[in-house]
Unconditional design. Structure first.
Length: 164
């Protein structure tokens, strides 16, 4: 399906190209850009962690662990391969692994992430509460569901829209 640029005078189909041709590397570029502009995937997301892997005896990592406005955890899994490399199975496994996460564990993961990106961890919990519109943690409303966003960005257009 074509992606179009809309102006007041024209509707122009944009030329598709591969990420490699544009010098964009999945983990090195795309993940970093999505991390800083997560609203490109969903306007109601907050990044909680990048390369999240707080599992016992496992080297598995969630590309981006997010929280949505409904207090649900969101797994964002990125792949560069044309077919996504069975990323749906990997994401389902990750969703099961985080499904029992508690609010204090979420805050801890967010603090680690803030430290990793060089930001203050002092008000981590308050930033999460503010994002959710809560005055205090509400465990009974937290992480009732785990959502999954899969992205196999094998195509990129010059206007910056992802297609794939």
């Amino acid at each position: 399906m074509a992606i179009y640029k809309l102006t007041k005078d024209a509707l122009t189909a944009l030329t598709e190209t591969h990420l490699e041709a544009e010098g964009v590397l999945g983990r090195k570029h795309l993940q970093r850009l999505l991390r800083s502009q997560i609203k490109a995937l969903d306007s109601d997301l907050m990044v909680i962690s990048e390369e999240f892997g707080d599992w016992v005896e496992s080297s598995r990592r969630i590309d981006l662990l997010c929280l949505d406005k409904n207090a649900n955890l969101v797994i964002v899994e990125l792949k560069r391969t044309e077919d996504g490399g069975h990323m749906e199975l990997q994401a389902v496994r990750y969703a099961a692994m985080v499904s029992k996460m508690t609010f204090p564990q979420l805050v801890s993961a967010y603090e680690s992430y803030l430290k990793q990106i060089g930001e203050s961890t002092e008000d981590a919990q308050n930033r999460i509460l503010q994002f959710l519109g809560w005055d205090e943690p509400e465990e009974d409303k937290f992480a009732q569901d785990v959502r999954i966003i899969l992205a196999s960005p094998n195509l990129f257009n010059p206007a910056g829209a992802l297609n794939g």
